[in-house]
Design a protein around this ligand. Sequence first.
Ligand code: MN3
Length: 244
Amino acid sequence: MDKRKFLKIGSVAVGGTLAAPSLWLSSCNKKTTPAKVEEEVKKPLVTETLFTLPDLPYAFDALEPIIDKDTMQIHYSKHHQGYVNKLNKALSKLSIEKKPIEDLLAGENLPEAIQNNGGGHYNHTLFWESLSPEKKTPSKELVARIEKDLGAFEDFKKSMITQGLSVFGSGWVWLIQTEKGLQITTTENQDNPLMSVATQKGNPILGIDVWEHAYYLKYQNKRKEYLTNIMDIINWEVVEKRIA
Ligand code: MN3
């Protein structure tokens, strides 16, 4: 099949599937003129709202021995991909407009599917970028910044671990930036501090996944060991850049 023909068939197929809800609504509205219908068909396709799985910034085995290859592969290819797929499905179904993921999550009364899967997509994207195969040392400026708001750097790391341990069931532990400065907080499930449901709102600077799927293959029930070890592979350069 030649390329032009393929593209034509492809676009018709996509248009036929995804433009269907607006066409259906138009046909239900007796006041709709043919011109109006045509205008609606010309609207950008819902495909433009779709989110994609970002590239992992390192190989699946790059964080060994702290994060094993199997955990990384399943976590990224199955869990994160699953959130992206379900987010896209929910957006198409609910006809929600294209927005940056941060704006989408900051909205009031988020549909549950967007809260869970949009949160899952945002949180994991931030998580992958926050880890580094090469040992990174926090800059003097970052250490000073953390010391100013949260005390000694080693105490801050201990607090991240303690708060991560305090999450009952699945969730996340966060370093966030608020009007009062840097703070540590936690969220349940795939919620995050951008969401109106968060008890402590702020801009996420660092997020650590404490769902069992993040560590169970290697650490089983030893969440403390996982959290302690993961603090050694944080990409402090990326973390520092997130501070406004
Ligand atoms: Mn996870």
